[in-house]
Design a protein around this ligand. Structure first.
Ligand code: GLN
Ligand code: ZN
Length: 771
């Protein structure tokens, strides 16, 4: 039996790499300082993993920014616009960061490469760009350098590479007339050269990540998998290739995977434990199977009893020599080290149920030891302790709230629908709210200035009193209301100055959530997120936002929208308990939000927005699984927003994504108004909303808030005129495409003035049409 790891977090347990990169980018440190921070992290990670006594530890899992971008540089897949930077190899890192982040200097203006989500994680990778005449060359020997670096420190590692097919499939054709898979014949020789260099440097094992084997694959890719791995095998018959798959089960690609000439195949038994039987029935000697039993995507301790059953089955069929034990995927997606969480914010009882990257290494080793103990394991102290914690968690009063469970099980169909259909509601709301045609609004947040951030920080550190804090927040809110009135917006917002983050703000006020101090996970580049941990039944002990919404509403005659984060987004951006279906947890959150919606309504708030920016990113990786997810996600949203009178206008907001293929489900959410990001691919989205005949009101974002550029009235009028062609004018709203918290005030004011101006122009031209 062998133990191994697929990859370790590289941001540093204190986010050292983040800070070093940011200092380097702003010119505060030079490249040698940055490189030293990086090599210290690698060294420490190797030491930790070797101390954990794993048989195989990875190298080349380190990255300054992203492992896919690393691979693009290794393979010389450098888009032409960066050619000016490819000259001097000693400045490789500047080329690399230019690709990741773009450059804007006096004489240079290069856009960054595109970024997108890494499968269904919250990690974002840099998308390789391919052209029809794409060539590859062995450009950067990072994997070899890091392998040698580890060797010099005394660690013989397993280099990790993104497999050639996954690499191509992750990329994007930048022009028409070819398929990225056409490039394989040009790509493969470079992989062979790279592998040759690793073998020459002494690598015995190489890990090739091919997660696409667990996705829906087109036939062409299936054929190429066969051919490519055959060629690698022919060239390097003695090399041990460990091919990894993760985030899903292999399903119909199972026989393909088992037919490849590789030494070992890694499977994700957390996502799909049921695939093990099939694999054991079909695997042929001498292939080993690496069992991904320790969850690389979540923070809970492993249940040794479950894992040992799976391991036992594999050993029985394959013998110990052909079984490997590992985390389900790279540990990149979990925080570094639970030991850092010393403080009371994380109750000791709950801490005992958690396991971060470093602890997971220990679990892998312990599982291997226990598996060898066979029938005596039940007396082993580590096993006993593990089962004690598992049992304690199951039965803990901290987790279970009978009232919450009873409420969820008592839900009836009527809890998921508004009283009347949209037509009736629209009429009632129109006469109540008395809004003009093309009403203008914003998405919720206003600029989070340095002052506002400082204010929250001071409050958190108890440097100011609660009263002082509230007073300052009131001042900021009042200013925002006055500004919106002066600009002439129709539906106002309070500005969200009291919120640090749209999930954390709610999590902190709900029962069933805990927060860590150092539980950072890389999101993209130097950006990290610290997801809340949902450990138990979710309950709202008291109103969360009513005070601020009511205060804002008291300042104006105009409508102020209440502002909440939706249940699916709260779920999606947290570490979720693994002892019940996600759907059940989502319904509990939905009930808490529903209570808040009700209280806002009672407080006289006539429009309430429930944001669901993350609804699309929860989509399962396999298309066949989509409808099940969408059904429960949409139902959870409806549960959170249906318990109101017809006169209350429910808004929702979505961003970051393409909606065309899920538009029917968005319609099924039945929000009275949806404001949606679409200024970047306006036409496409409107097209979809037009074709499908979206039934409710919609505000297609008329300008991109991600850019500091102030949009002109004309371009916004232009966009809305396009919208009018596919959506009736009396269902259209005018708004930016997302919250304004990342912008500054002067930009914001100018942009909103132009937007209000655009709405007036539109009203004018439509009334002329009617006359
Ligand atoms: N209401 C939130 C805001 O304006 C929405 C944020 C989001 O869509 N990501 O900041
Ligand atoms: Zn948004």
């Amino acid at each position: 039996m062998q133990t191994h790891n697929l990859g370790y977090p590289r941001i540093g347990s204190q986010r050292e790499l983040k800070f070093a990169c940011e200092q380097y980018w702003s010119g505060k440190i030079d490249v040698t300082v940055l490189q030293k921070v990086a090599s210290d992290i690698r060294k420490r990670n190797w030491r930790l993993q070797s101390e954990a006594d794993l048989d195989l530890i990875p190298s080349n899992d380190f990255s300054y920014y992203d492992q896919v971008l690393d691979m693009s540089l290794v393979l010389g897949a450098i888009p032409k616009r960066y050619e000016v930077l490819t000259g001097q190899k000693e400045q490789l890192l500047d080329l690399y960061f230019a690709m990741a982040r773009g450059v804007q200097k006096e004489d240079l203006d290069l856009t960054a490469m595109e970024m997108t989500k890494w499968f269904d994680t919250n990690y974002h990778y840099i998308v390789p760009e391919f052209t029809a005449d794409q060539t590859f060359e062995f450009f950067d020997d990072k994997p070899v350098r890091e392998f040698k670096e580890a060797l010099e420190l005394g660690y013989s590692t397993k280099p990790v590479l993104i497999g050639p097919l996954t690499y191509l499939l992750l990329g994007k054709e930048k022009e028409d007339g070819f398929d990225k898979l056409d490039l394989i014949d040009r790509l493969l020789p470079v992989y062979l050269e790279l592998i040759g260099n690793l073998v020459e440097a002494g690598a015995e094992w190489i890990q090739l990540d091919e997660p696409f084997l667990a996705m829906d694959l087109e036939t062409r890719a299936v054929e190429l998998y066969q051919r490519v791995y055959q060629e690698i095998r022919v060239q390097y018959p003695d090399l041990k290739i460990l091919m990894t798959t993760y985030f899903e089960g292999l399903r119909e690609n199972l026989s393909l995977a088992l037919s490849l000439p590789i030494c070992a195949l890694h499977i994700d038994l957390v996502r799909d434990p049921s695939q093990l039987d099939d694999i054991l029935d079909n695997v042929k000697s001498p292939m080993s199977i690496s069992l991904g039993v320790v969850d690389g995507r979540n923070v809970w301790i492993n249940n040794y009893d479950n894992s040992l059953k799976l391991i036992g089955k594999a050993i029985e069929k394959l013998g110990e020599d052909r079984v490997m034990i590992a985390p389900s995927c790279s540990l990149l997606h979990v925080p570094c080290d639970l030991q850092l969480e010393y403080d009371a914010a994380l109750p000791p009882t709950i801490k005992q149920w958690l396991s971060f990257a470093r602890q997971k290494l220990g679990e892998i080793k312990e599982l291997a030891v226990l598996a060898e103990l066979d029938s005596n394991r039940k007396e082993d102290p580590t096993y006993i302790e593990n089962q004690r914690r598992i049992e304690a968690r199951k039965r803990s009063e901290l987790i279970h709230d009978e009232n919450v469970k009873a409420r969820v099980s008592a839900l009836r169909p009527e809890n998921f629908s508004r009283m009347s259909g949209f037509g009736t509601r629209q009429q009632i709301q129109k006469s109540r709210l008395n809004l003009p045609l093309f009403p203008t609004t914003t998405i919720g947040s206003f600029p989070q200035t340095v002052d506002i951030r400082q204010l929250r920080l001071k409050h958190r550190r108890a440097e100011i009193t609660n009263d002082q804090y509230e007073l300052e927040l009131q001042t900021a809110t009042k200013k925002a209301i006055q500004l919106q009135e002066a600009i002439g917006l129709d539906v106002l917002v309070h500005g969200e100055f009291e919120r640090n983050d749209m999930v954390e703000y709610f999590g902190q006020q709900l029962d069933g959530f805990v927060f860590t101090r150092f539980g950072w996970v890389q999101s993209y580049g130097s950006r990290c997120v610290k997801p809340p941990i949902i450990f138990g039944d979710v309950k709202r002990p008291k109103p969360m936002t009513v005070k601020w919404s009511a205060y804002a509403q008291s300042l104006t005659e105009k409508v102020v929208k209440g502002m909440l984060t939706g249940p699916v987004t709260i779920l999606q951006w947290s570490f979720v308990r693994d002892d019940q279906p996600r759907k059940d947890t989502c319904n509990q959150i939905a009930l808490a939000i529903a209570d808040e919606v009700k209280d806002l309504e009672s407080a006289g708030i006539s429009a309430i927005q429930v944001d669901e920016p993350a609804i699309r990113e929860g989509l399962p990786l396999r298309r066949g699984d989509w409808s099940d997810y969408l059904d429960w996600a949409v139902r959870a949203f409806r549960l959170s927003t249906s318990n109101v009178k017809d006169k209350t206008q429910i808004h929702t907001h979505m961003c970051y994504s393409e909606f065309n293929d899920i538009i029917e489900h968005i319609a099924a959410m039945d929000a009275d108004v949806i404001t949606i990001e679409c200024s970047r691919s306006q036409m496409e989205l409107l097209d979809a909303f037009g074709k499908f005949n979206y039934p409710n009101e919609i505000g297609p974002g008329v300008y991109d808030i991600h850019s500091p550029r102030v949009p002109t009235r004309e371009e916004m009028v232009d966009l809305m005129e396009k919208a009018v062609r596919v959506i009736p004018a009396d269902r259209l709203w005018v708004n930016p495409d997302c919250g304004l918290k990342t912008r500054n005030w002067p930009e914001t004011i100018k942009a909103l003035e132009a937007m209000v101006d655009a709405a007036q122009t539109l009203r004018q031209s439509v009334s002329e049409l009617v006359d």
